[in-house]
Ligand binder design. Structure first.
Ligand SMILES: [Zn+2]
Length: 103
């Protein structure tokens, strides 16, 4: 099945030079978010324009969208995996517990 993928850059962490990219499949509406550590070029710049576009497209997890075709159609032994899952315990919520200072 073919997927036409559009992306939007949703975040840029300047400290670590990382962008967050949201990719959407036009045909199916599936969304995937992933991070890219931008390469720093010899002239101490990040790639922009077509270069950045090519980088993002090369790093887009296209396999994810192919997988979702299969998972949304249903995998035969889903129940076998579900039966192995031991959920985390529910967090204990204490209401109106007075705050005490350590001695
Ligand atoms: Zn798709």
């Amino acid at each position: 099945m073919s997927h036409t993928l559009n992306y939007i850059i949703r975040g840029f962490d300047e400290k670590i030079g990382q962008i967050v990219v949201e990719v959407t499949c036009v045909e199916h509406g599936d969304v995937q978010v992933f991070a890219v550590d931008l390469p720093i070029k010899e002239d101490n710049t990040y790639p922009v324009g077509e270069e950045l576009d090519a980088l993002i497209r090369s790093m887009t997890p296209t396999w994810h969208f192919d997988r979702m075709d299969k998972t949304s159609a249903g995998v035969a032994n889903v129940a076998a995996i579900k039966s192995l899952v031991v959920p985390y315990p529910e967090p204990e919520v204490v209401v109106n517990e007075p705050l005490t200072q350590p001695e």
